[in-house]
Design a protein around this ligand. Structure first.
Ligand SMILES: Nc1ccn([C@@H]2O[C@H](COP(=O)(O)OP(=O)(O)OP(=O)(O)O)[C@@H](O)[C@H]2O)c(=O)n1
Ligand SMILES: C[C@](O)(CO)[C@H](O)COP(=O)(O)O
Length: 237
């Protein structure tokens, strides 16, 4: 497979979690959420370069994870920006010319599987760009500021997009620069690529690849992790 750089964005403040400590450092089974996420990538032999973007006050702490949790493939820890988009951009600029493809992943999505990471990377190489996503289960309404329903999009065409998202590094840098020029803020990187006319391919993922965002997500995360540990123990018996 081609040369890939992974950017794990983890410089958010976690305001919706409403905890004093930023959510990426909350421990699940005695390990910060961010470390659980990093391990998922670190365990893949084809992945060699992982750059983590963190709050500027947290660089030293996350640097120390490399030794504590044996994460030698984490080759850079970079201070992030105000918005997620700024943090991703800083991560993109941290790679040298040897990197062709870049995979962006949220530091607070610790349950992404090796199979889904690899499927997304392979699909990007085949199609040019790929994102992991799951079909929407609820009926979605478009609602105006007065809370009146405007319309109901056809659910068979709606997918909830997750990370990882994989692109050619140079193309994603250009898309970010275009968004900057136009003062556009996207909620994911695919959106910035769409704005410059790129085609993005969807890879069906897993509902358990949650983004830990609010306190109820934390309870669900504890449940998912406990289930995984039980199932790993049973496999090892
Ligand atoms: N300036 C920012 C904002 C977000 N992120 C990262 O982007 C991912 C997804 O963002 P989100 O879940 O919104 O995290 P927060 O911004 O921390 O949460 P909130 O919006 O509730 O403050 C997280 O891993 C977060 O750390 C980042 O690197 N830099
Ligand atoms: C990139 C993302 O995780 C895809 O679902 C999501 O858009 C991030 O949004 P947030 O508002 O930064 O949580």
């Amino acid at each position: 497979m081609s040369n890939l750089g992974v950017v794990i964005v983890s410089a958010g403040k976690g305001t919706r979690m409403k905890t004093e400590q930023s959510k990426q450092y909350i421990e699940l089974q005695n390990k910060p959420i961010l470390v659980h996420t990093l391990e998922q990538f670190h365990n893949i032999k084809e992945i060699k370069h992982i750059h983590v973007v963190v709050g500027s006050d947290d660089v030293k702490q996350v640097e120390s994870y490399k030794e504590i949790y044996h994460l030698h493939k984490v080759t850079r820890v970079i201070p992030g920006g105000k918005e997620r988009q700024d943090s991703v951009y800083r991560g993109l600029l941290s790679f040298d010319e040897s990197i062709d493809w870049v995979m962006i992943h949220d530091g607070v999505r610790p349950f992404v599987t090796e199979d889904d990471i690899m499927a997304c990377w392979r699909k990007a190489e085949e199609k040019g760009a790929a994102v992991l996503a799951v079909p929407v289960k609820d009926t979605i309404k478009l609602v105006n500021e007065n809370m009146d329903v405007l319309s109901t999009p056809d659910r068979t065409q709606l997918w909830a997009v997750q990370t990882p998202q994989v692109f050619r590094l140079k193309e994603l840098i250009k898309a970010h620069e275009n968004a900057k020029e136009q003062k556009l803020l996207g909620t994911d990187d695919a959106m910035l690529m769409e704005m410059v006319g790129a085609s993005i391919h969807v890879v069906p993922g897993d509902y358990q690849n949650i983004k830990i965002t609010t306190p109820d997500d934390l309870e669900y995360a504890q449940f998912i992790l406990a289930k995984k540990i039980t199932s790993n123990n049973m496999d090892g018996e």
